[in-house]
Design a protein. Structure first.
Length: 254
């Protein structure tokens, strides 16, 4: 089986593939202080919870935006299944031409998402990832990655707001029913969540104008199920988009 690992700034998403089928997936913290031994304990417990073990894993592929954890995962995979971890980066085939000014600046997760989105929806396509940052990525009509936009994620914005505004208490990120909140809790939820949705819709519309075509929009990330219904421009939600992209890239490099 293939173990797919997406190390984000806040969370790490893990998936276990049997061929093209995602048979299990989990989320754990991306604390950069985690060692390979600590990751091994976490992963072995997750594998057991789904009726699997290290003996079932014979391949592994990863995208990572946390270099310190990249090394820990490489050490863990080599010790756990005796295989070399494929890390998405320079020298790895993606099938996606990159037209960024400096391709090495593009986060591996953004490329992986784009690969999966093209496979599922064709090109052009726009991808919104609701994570620590909210990212917009654009693949042009010719199937090339063009670039995108990076903004604070809704949880990141919330943390900054509560840290700086002494009189505001933390609230759950639950979608409000209206913009005009009649209490502080509802007002904060409206500002954070409906404000984020309005930003996403605005960016998507501008990106479509620049493309000259109404490209479909697919959302991913942990908050996608909550945020996508608030956005007028998002047509598809796929929380496993990155894991699927990792599997596709692994297949391209066999």
């Amino acid at each position: 089986m293939l173990l797919a690992i997406d190390v984000g700034n806040t969370q790490t998403v893990l998936g276990l593939f049997d061929g093209a089928e995602l048979v299990a997936h989990w989320r754990i913290s991306s604390s950069p202080a985690l060692t390979a031994d600590e990751l091994r304990v976490k992963l072995e417990a997750l594998l057991r919870s789904s009726g699997h073990a290290w003996v079932d894993v014979d391949e592994a592929v990863m995208s990572s935006v946390v270099p310190r954890l990249t090394s820990a995962w490489e050490e863990l995979v080599e010790a756990g299944c005796g295989c070399r971890l494929m890390v998405v980066g320079p020298g790895i085939k993606t099938g996606l031409p990159i037209r960024y000014d400096n391709p090495h600046e593009v986060g591996a997760d953004r490329i992986v998402n784009s690969v999966a989105a093209v496979a599922a929806h064709g090109a052009p396509v726009i991808i919104i990832d609701f994570g620590t940052a909210t990212t917009l990525d654009v693949v042009g009509p010719d199937g090339a990655y063009l670039g995108g936009a990076i903004a604070p994620g809704v949880e990141t914005s919330a943390e900054a707001l509560f840290a700086k505004a002494a009189r505001l208490s933390k609230v759950d990120l639950e979608p409000p029913s209206r913009v005009i909140g009649t209490n502080t809790r509802a007002s904060v939820q409206a500002g954070l969540m409906l404000g984020e949705a309005a930003m996403v819709d605005g960016l998507v519309r501008r990106a479509r104008d620049e493309l000259g075509v109404a490209a479909p929009v697919v959302a991913t990330g942990g908050l996608a199920p909550r945020m996508a219904p608030l956005c007028e421009t998002i047509g598809h939600v796929d929380v496993d988009l990155t894991l699927t992209g990792l599997r596709i890239i692994r297949d391209l490099n066999l």
